[in-house]
Design a protein around this ligand. Structure first.
Ligand code: NDP
Ligand code: OXD
Length: 308
């Protein structure tokens, strides 16, 4: 009974050491090494190799190396194989830092001051307190809920939107498609942290932007596929949005001629908002393997019907 790891050699080294120590009984292979294919029960991957069914006929669990699973080709995963997303502490910490940085930067006018610096303009505005900013976060899950808790502690007026109703202290909660418009109407800074599914693909579009108060800020740290990219620049140019912070795009990397690179009101980062650290990620998978072998429920099980 073995596990195959499919990612970079640097990560594989850390994982290999963790597994050698914690599970000397379980052979650990780094793709493209697999050992006897019929022995492979577990695969840990960011993207899956093609033709999983023939490659690993006895595969039982696919561990995503990301919190998101849209990068895995799910059509490729044989029925009956459990899919588990990454749930671990460093992903949460990274996302808290990123969203807090982006919200603070918008609130404290840092994007404007960066534009002014390029033009040698010295023009400061009076600071507005955090409580005057309403932050609306889409996706109150493993990442979104602790991000909201941190934003509350900084004094922002926080709202959260999710599929089912979620409670986070100090956060006004909205649920489902029926409450989306009310959520948007009260959101000055919109943070997207829902998973990319059939229900959320293209959700950040012109019609949604028009439901936000004029001059709102968009922070997308979900996936590029959430945003209808052709709708963004018109919304920024007509003032409906005043700033976009994009950590994700389609495709990644964006081609050099893409208009997002040079737009003065778009701040781009190269999908770095957060990432699982190898040591804590390996520990999370080891803990899930223990649960699985004991017949317990694993953390982060994907419901393929709802897509996350
Ligand atoms: P979770 O599955 O823990 O949480 C997802 C949240 O989104 C839940 O609250 C869920 O609602 C809500 N949601 C899902 N579908 C809908 C819908 N149709 N309408 C309303 N709400 C919906 O995911 P994580 O918090 O772990 O991760 C979220 C995403 O963040 C990942 O899928 C990935 O795309 C992105 N990510 C980006 C990173 C980056 O560096 N840019 C790093 C890590 C993750 P409910 O609570 O009712 O289930
Ligand atoms: C993830 C990511 O989904 O890093 O974990 O984007």
């Amino acid at each position: 009974m073995s596990i195959v790891f499919h990612h970079t050699p640097e990560r594989a080294k850390v994982w290999g050491e963790k597994f050698a120590k914690a599970r000397p009984d379980m052979p650990f292979y780094v793709w493209p090494e697999t050992g006897p294919k019929e022995d492979v029960r577990y695969l840990a991957a960011w993207k899956t190799p093609d033709d999983l069914a023939t490659l690993f006929p006895n595969l039982e669990v696919l561990f995503s190396l990301g919190a998101g699973i849209d990068q895995l080709n799910l059509a490729n995963v044989p029925p009956g194989v459990k899919i588990i997303r990454m749930v671990e502490s460093s992903l949460v910490e990274g996302m808290i830092e990123y969203v807090l940085w982006a919200v603070l930067s918008f609130h404290r006018d840092m994007f404007r001051y960066a534009r002014q610096q390029r033009e040698h303009v010295w023009d400061g505005s009076h600071n507005r307190p955090a409580k005057l900013y309403r932050v609306g976060l889409m996706g109150m899950g493993e990442l979104g809920s602790p991000v909201l808790e941190k934003l509350v502690s900084f004094g922002y007026e926080c709202r959260g939107w999710s599929r089912s109703r979620r409670e986070v202290p100090g956060v006004k909660s909205f649920a489902g498609a029926g409450e989306l418009d009310a959520f948007l109407a009260e959101t000055d800074i919109l943070v997207c942290l829902v998973p990319l599914t059939d229900a959320t693909r293209g959700i950040l579009n012109r019609s949604l932007f028009e439901k936000l108060p004029k001059g709102a800020c968009l922070i997308n740290c979900g996936r590029g596929g959430h945003l209808v990219q052709d709708d963004l620049i018109p919304a920024l140019d007509n003032g409906q949005l005043s700033q976009a912070v994009l950590d994700v795009a389609t495709p990644e990397p964006l081609p050099p001629e893409h208009p997002f690179w040079d737009h003065p009101r778009i701040f781009l980062t190269p999908h770095i908002a957060s990432a699982a650290q190898s040591d804590t990620a390996a520990e999370a998978v080891l803990a899930n393997l223990r649960r699985y072998e004991a017949g317990e429920l694993m953390t982060g099980v994907i419901d393929t019907g709802r897509g996350y």
